[in-house]
Design a protein around this ligand. Structure first.
Ligand code: MG
Length: 351
């Protein structure tokens, strides 16, 4: 496997700079209210020179740099840029695991089996993203996801770091333990307490010491990763683009109250599914089947995603009313579907 990890540089801030040229070159934070409890979603590179970082409170950012400009996140806009980026990437490398709005893994080996060619391909991806969207990204090229991910962070912004097969362990060795994906604060604390400092220290642990420090499978998994061994394949998106509920009646139903009631119940279930999946929906569709089996659908789209049962139910019912106006019931079946699914904004506040 030859994989690239692609990470857009200071993505939200970079989009704001493209949209508002006056923001270029000044310290900029995309985030919440600096006079309230807001946090930094993304700081541009000028702001970072003042020590401003993601997840820091905006109040602290303001202390570190009183002249910093704050702007609120515009997720819909970032999604549009992101869609453009990933569409562009897939034209060059078809197999992509999108791991977030601004990062993902590319199966380079599928297109370019030789390492040097794969590296050149990663360079081409970077250039085409720049040309098409004017956004900058950083890439790591390696034989596994864990190494590629660490490599992409080495030469930000705009850099490419390639780790040749066979040199994974020596590449990883000098980095601090917390750089290794999977090493959380608790594991780091235990390892540090035992005198370990680097990924190389973890890679060198013998079985017995490892078991004592990190019992169970976690220890072995992290030591493998520390050695650059990571068998995880790319998870190519199979996410469903819509979810729906429907009900076929034992006997055709013409009573509007009853039909509304059915739709509202389905809306409750859909809202639950959306929340489980941490998604919102922009489009609601009501489906009707008449006794002669013919089908009508009516849809409506919203400017922002929703996930609440009442709103979905309300829209579904008014769509039903419209359809029944065109062609009155009774009905053999009603259904509601939601599509235009997106992630919740707060999950995407990544660097
Ligand atoms: Mg990023």
């Amino acid at each position: 496997m030859i994989v690239a990890h692609l990470d857009l540089d200071a993505f939200f801030a970079a989009v704001e700079e493209l949209e508002t040229p006056e923001l270029r070159g000044v310290p900029l934070v995309v985030g919440g209210d600096p006079h309230g409890r807001g946090v930094v979603a993304t700081a541009n590179y000028v702001a970072r020179t003042f020590g401003i970082r993601s997840a820091m409170s905006c109040a602290e950012a303001l202390r570190r740099c009183p002249e910093v400009t704050f702007v609120r996140p515009r997720m819909q806009l970032y999604r549009e840029y992101s869609r453009e980026v990933w569409t562009t990437v897939r034209e060059v490398v078809p197999t992509v695991e999108q791991a977030g709005i601004d990062e993902g893994y590319l199966d380079l080996g599928q297109v370019a089996p030789a390492f040097d060619d794969a590296r050149a391909l990663a360079d081409a991806v970077r250039a085409v993203i720049r040309a098409r969207t004017r956004l900058s990204c950083s890439l790591g090229v390696a034989s596994s996801k864990v190494v590629a991910k660490i490599a992409s962070d080495r030469r930000k912004p705009g850099g490419l770091t390639a780790v040749r097969p066979g040199s994974e362990a020596s590449f990883l060795a000098p980095f601090a333990l917390r750089v290794l994906p999977g090493v959380g604060p608790r594991a780091e604390e235990r390892l540090t307490a035992a005198g370990l400092e680097t990924i190389g220290d973890l890679a060198a642990l013998d079985d017995q010491t490892l078991r004592a420090l990190l019992p169970g499978k976690v220890g072995a998994l992290l030591r493998d990763r520390a050695r650059g061994v990571d068998p995880r394949p790319l998870e190519v998106s199979t996410e469903r683009i819509s979810i729906s509920q429907e009900e076929t009646f034992a006997r055709d139903v013409g009573d509007l109250e009853r039909l509304h009631d059915e739709l509202r119940q389905m809306a409750i279930r859909l809202a639950e599914l959306l929340r489980e999946r941490e998604q919102t929906a922009r489009t609601v569709t009501t489906k009707l089947r008449y006794p002669d089996f013919s089908i009508r659908t009516r849809s409506t789209s919203l400017p922002v995603g929703i996930d609440d049962a009442e709103r979905i139910g309300e829209l579904a019912c008014s769509l039903l009313d419209r359809a029944l106006k065109d062609r009155p019931g009774p009905l053999r079946l009603v259904g509601v579907g939601v599509s235009g699914l997106t992630e919740h904004a707060q999950l995407q506040l990544t660097v």
